[in-house]
Design a protein around this ligand. Structure first.
Ligand SMILES: Cc1cc2nc3c(=O)[nH]c(=O)nc-3n(C[C@H](O)[C@H](O)[C@H](O)COP(=O)(O)OP(=O)(O)OC[C@H]3O[C@@H](n4cnc5c(N)ncnc54)[C@H](O)[C@@H]3O)c2cc1C
Length: 361
């Protein structure tokens, strides 16, 4: 039986592993002890009842395959070397190591109990703060604002971003207009087209008076701040033979069939790729279906592979459980009610509980 090594058990890697479990010897490598459902991470920060819904142990994901809790430090075309020194030979390799992002949007520790403890500490720091400063008016800064305002409507939230509008990207004017309207209704202070002269001296996520000044000379005082920008692809493990597919920004170039550029048996999916579309868990899941299907075809001796079609601009942006806006392929802009119905209420928890074969509470 063919061996498939998968680097990273996030949205893309976990789905690939599950899809190939019955026809290959799957080895899923990830330093974390549980899948992190990032989509619900900010709800989990604010609402203690949600904290457990962010972490799904890998134990019941696979029936035949194995999960190795370690980090890949080198990937060659036919083998993966992990930090312990073990070398895992593989007929096919899928690079699904995703991206890092500042806590609390993504976790910066591997052990889920430690991550939950960090979330609980940050929640109690946030609870103490009356004035919150968020650096970044992208999806993370905006979602965090909505979650804070849903539980603590009286907290003063300021969002600052050097770009002139909320949510950069190819979204409609209607969507941005409605988003600004909802933020206005929540009383959010939006400082756009400016940035801080320097980042606050105190660490993010810790309560304490922060004073800062914007490049337009406006002073800001807050009781806590968070960094809501800075996505970095995790791709520092490629051998010399594979490294030419790595672009200067760390993203990996892939063919339409999702093979790593120049490779026959190494595939790459999800946030780590340079595919020209928004970086999304949903997209990583669709890449997984194409990559797994193509690996299955190669294993079965069929050489007709399927090409991936990048998705048009898409976003589901809840502002708490009942607010927000979305842009959906084929539908265009939809408002708060549908955003809440599709994502804001359950944050897709049921889908991932099912994938990991656990009961959603
Ligand atoms: C707050 C927030 C909300 C979001 N909301 C949405 C949403 O509503 N809808 C949506 O579609 N997307 C959403 N996203 C984006 C989504 O989380 C990412 O696009 C998604 O995580 C990408 O999936 P991935 O499988 O490529 O990588 P990741 O989910 O980043 O997983 C990568 C995995 O690889 C592991 N790894 C890293 N390096 C190594 C290594 N060297 N060896 C082994 N393993 C390694 C990591 O531990 C991790 O488990 C949101 C993101 C954030 C931060």
């Amino acid at each position: 039986m063919a061996t498939v090594a998968i680097i990273g058990g996030g949205y893309g890697g976990a789905a690939t592993a599950k899809a190939l479990d019955e026809i290959a010897d799957v080895v899923l490598v990830d330093p974390k002890d549980a899948f992190v459902h990032n989509i619900a991470a900010l709800r989990g920060l604010i609402n203690p009842e949600w904290a457990d819904r962010v972490f799904y142990p890998y134990g019941r994901l696979l029936t035949r395959g194995r999960v190795v809790q370690d980090r890949a430090i080198r990937v060659d075309p036919g083998a993966v070397t992990i930090a312990s020194g073990e070398r895992i030979p593989a007929d096919y390799i899928v690079l699904a190591s995703g991206s890092s992002y500042p806590f609390p949007a993504k976790m910066d520790v591997n052990d889920s109990d430690t991550a939950k403890a960090k979330i609980a500490i940050t929640r109690s720091e946030l609870a103490k703060a009356d004035r919150v400063l968020l650096l970044g008016a992208g999806p993370v800064g905006l979602e965090l604002t909505g979650e804070i305002k849903a539980v603590w409507p009286k907290k003063a939230v300021t969002i600052i971003d050097p770009i002139d509008d909320v949510l950069s990207g190819q979204y409609t004017d209607e969507l941005r207009h409605e988003l600004r309207r909802q933020l206005g209704e929540l009383g959010v202070n939006l400082l756009l087209g400016t940035k801080l002269v320097e980042e606050p001296q105190s660490p993010p996520g810790v309560a304490g008076t922060v004073t800062a000044i914007t490049t337009s000379g406006q002073p800001i005082t807050a009781d806590i701040w968070f960094r809501c920008y800075g996505i970095v692809p995790n791709s520092d493990y490629l051998s010399e033979e594979l490294a030419s597919a790595r672009l200067a920004n760390g993203h990996l170039e892939v063919t339409p069939e999702l093979r790593l550029a120049g490779q026959e048996t190494v595939f790459a999916i999800g946030d780590v790729t340079a595919i020209p579309e928004s970086k999304r868990g949903g997209a990583a899941g669709r890449h997984a279906q194409i990559a797994a299907g193509n690996i299955r075809a190669l294993i079965e001796g069929r050489d007709e592979l399927t090409a991936y079609e990048p998705a048009p601009p898409l976003i589901l942006l809840p502002l708490g459980p009942t607010g927000g806006v979305s842009q959906l392929p084929g539908r265009g802009f939809v408002g708060a009610e549908e955003t809440a119905q599709i994502k804001g209420r359950d944050m897709f928890v049921g889908n991932y509980a099912e994938l990991f074969n656990v009961t959603a509470e």
